[in-house]
Every structure is written in C-alpha cells, then in structure tokens.
Design a protein around this ligand. Sequence first.
Ligand SMILES: N[C@@H](CCC[C@H](N)C(=O)O)C(=O)O
Length: 280
Amino acid sequence: MEFTKGHGTGNDFVILPDPDGALDLTPGLVAALCDRRRGIGGDGVLRVVRAAKHPEGAALADEAEWFMDYWNSDGSFAEMCGNGARVFVRYLLETGLATPADAALPVATRAGVVRARVEGDGIAVEMRRPRVYDTATAALGGLTLPGAAVDVGNPHLVCALPAGLDLTALDLTQAPQVDPTVFPAGVNVEFTAPGDPVDGTDGHVLMRVYERGSAETLSCGTGACAVAAVALRDTGRNTGVVAVDVPGGRLAVTITDNTCWLAGPAVLVASGDLTPSALT
Ligand SMILES: N[C@@H](CCC[C@H](N)C(=O)O)C(=O)O
C-alpha cells in the first residue's frame, strides 16, 4: 500500500492514494496507520479518491474531481479538516493529479466543495464562513470556561483563557468536558489567549486545541477559522484578517462576507510502501 506523510503547521496526516475507491479502509486500519509507535503516525488519514468513486463524493463529482476522505486518528470521520485540505491539495499538485490553475482548485469534502490555491510557499483554502451560533462551557482540570460554539463545517468550541492563566501550562492530556446536548456529535475545543499586534492583520490570537477524535494536536485549521471568527466578533468586526499562532506555527485566516480563507504551510515529508498485514 502506497502512502505519503505530510503536515500543515505540524497537524500531520497519512495520505493514501486510492483514485478508484478500491481500498478497504476501516476504523481499525486508520487507527493502526496513525499509531506513532507501531504505524506511520498521524493526527488523521487523508484518502485521495475520485469524487465519482466515493459514495459521499459522487453528488459533488460535477464540481470537483477529487474527494478528501478525512478520518481522525481514532478511526472516526470528520466533515472537514482545514489543514488536511491544504496538505491534500499539496499532494494533488506534487503528484500531478491536479495542475496549478489561475482559478482555485475545487476539492469535495463531507462539508461540501472547498477551493484551494498556491499562495507563496504555502497553500490557502477557501471554506464556508464560520457561524458562531451558541454559547457553552468546557471543563478542564478545576476550570470551567465559557466559550462560543462555532460551525466551520465541523463543530468547535472556542474558550478564551482568563487573564493571568498561561496557555502553555494547560494540561490537555485529558479531553475537556463539554455538554453533549449542545454537541451531540462531539466537538473540537480551542483555548485562546491574545497575541501581540501583527502588522497587516486585524487581530492576533494564540491557540491550543483538543481535537475530537485525535486529542491534542499541534494545529487545527478549522479551529483557527473558528478562533478568528470569534476574535473579529469580539472586536466588533464582521470581516478581517487574523493571525492565529498554534504550537506548530502560524496560520492566517481571512474572513470575508461569505467565505473564509485559511493559509499556511503544507509540506510532504516522505513517501513509501507499507505492509497492511503488519499493522493489524
Ligand atoms: N485538524 C483539522 C480538523 C480535523 C477534524 C476534527 N478533529 C473533527 O473531528 O472535527 C483541521 O485542520 O481543521
């Protein structure tokens, strides 16, 4: 089985080319691939399959040739992965499955079609505008933090740390507790603190994340978009550019009236062959 390993700001993925949808990908195989000691290691798996060949992509096949079949490292599905989409497009371009075009390259996902373009050394992807729709709390250790529920195609809860608490000191080895009636399908939880002003932006936020299905990761693209939407709202803006610093680097989020662009590095680090029988 061919694979490539890639990452976007340290959010890392095992990429499996499967143009015709022939691979029998199971939750167990995904978890084994993502195992950092016994497998390749990753926060998730990106299966590269023709939209027409995937049951959840077929309806979008007239808009996008490729479907990003994203799985979390525990073997669960997610609707969308922002960093994954950027790395997916890097893979399409480097393998010649797509060519850089002036117009943005469409990719089908479970959350609809997103569009990507090369931007400097990185890849930017245009997603739906995040929707801040509710309030909720996250409990972590002895803290209960209020937050904003945000839909970015997948669910997020953005919680600002009170002044005086150190973001880097948070213990994210355990999942934050959230209200399952607000998030029946689970949620990705972002913890934030304000950053110093960055030229050319309307805001700068520091973020750590505990991802649904993957635990703490070094970065979450859709999480950064959720954080940017909340940061703009909190300063009375509807649109703007926000720099979001995650443990794995910096992402730039541009929110317009209708869409949201997520930009940053997307890197392929290795390719090879793996032995599925050794994984299971
Ligand atoms: N890291 C991703 C989000 C991956 C999916 C998430 N864990 C979920 O279950 O919704 C990103 O970059 O957006």
